[in-house]
Design a protein around this ligand. Structure first.
Ligand code: ATP
Length: 229
């Protein structure tokens, strides 16, 4: 049986979450008090209900189906998001993800017992600043505080070397877990460039200019590496 996701609050963030879940084939119950927001999503969401869910009876009555995951995407009105989270917990919803605009809002959500608090604006700002400060880092993912996976363009000094010859592990304390390359392929008589991903590189594999290294390690070591590149 498909999991049912309730998305409460269809601002820009909530709408995008609901839309992406639908595109991934999930069942979505979309809720907002604003009729225009409900009209905008009614063609794609499995259920779209217009109501003010600060009143716990209303929320309980519209969520007659078992909600597996609830995304509470109300940033401006902290009181409303507290009331909604409390009702969802009372209803026994196991997984609740709450959007917060401020640290205080996030702390209240955590204290109430939500599964996860997300700060979309803060996270987007951190991501942008990271990209601007380290242009050689194409993508990064924080795994645990202080540790991440990053995609870094191969520094020129390593072009043509094997992974072993670069001594990245010894000198930078980082592990290369993948190499992204562009390779030439003959397709219907024409030479075309295609992306290739070596996801389990061995020490003898060579890296070339333009390749991208996928590396795991301490954030500090990754910063030193990408800034020295
Ligand atoms: P975004 O930044 O994602 O666009 P926002 O944080 O600026 O959103 P909010 O004021 O948090 O916007 O509201 C998000 C949505 O939640 C709005 O569409 C609003 O109508 C809806 N909403 C707010 N309070 C309630 C409520 N009590 N019941 C149902 N929907 C609500």
């Amino acid at each position: 049986m498909k999991r049912l996701f309730a998305v409460i609050g269809l601002g820009r963030f909530g709408y995008s979450v609901a839309e992406s879940l639908v595109q991934k084939g999930c069942e979505v119950l979309a809720i907002d008090r604003d009729e225009s927001k409900i009209q905008a999503i009614s063609d794609i969401a499995t259920f779209a209900i217009q109501c003010d869910v600060t009143d716990e009876r209303t929320l309980k009555s519209v969520s007659t189906q078992n909600v597996d995951v609830a995304v509470v995407s109300i940033g401006e009105n902290i009181e409303a998001s507290i009331m909604i989270v409390q009702t969802l917990i009372e209803m026994g919803v196991k997984s609740i993800i709450a959007k917060a605009m401020t640290a205080i809002h996030g702390k209240i959500m955590s204290n109430l017992g939500v599964t996860e608090v997300i700060y979309p604006e803060r996270d987007a700002a951190i991501r942008l600043a990271h990209r601007l400060a380290s242009p050689k880092v194409l993508e990064y993912l924080e795994l645990a505080p202080g540790y991440s996976v990053e995609e870094v363009v191969v520094p020129e000094r390593f072009a043509g070397m094997s992974l072993e010859e670069t001594e990245i592990r010894e000198n930078h304390n980082l592990n290369v877990i993948g190499i992204k390359k562009q390779v030439n392929r003959m397709i219907r008589g024409q030479l075309k460039k295609e992306d290739a991903f070596n996801f389990n590189p061995s020490s003898g594999d060579r890296i070339e200019k333009g390749d991208v290294l996928v590396m795991i390690g301490k954030k500090h070591d990754l910063d030193l590496f990408s800034n020295s590149a």
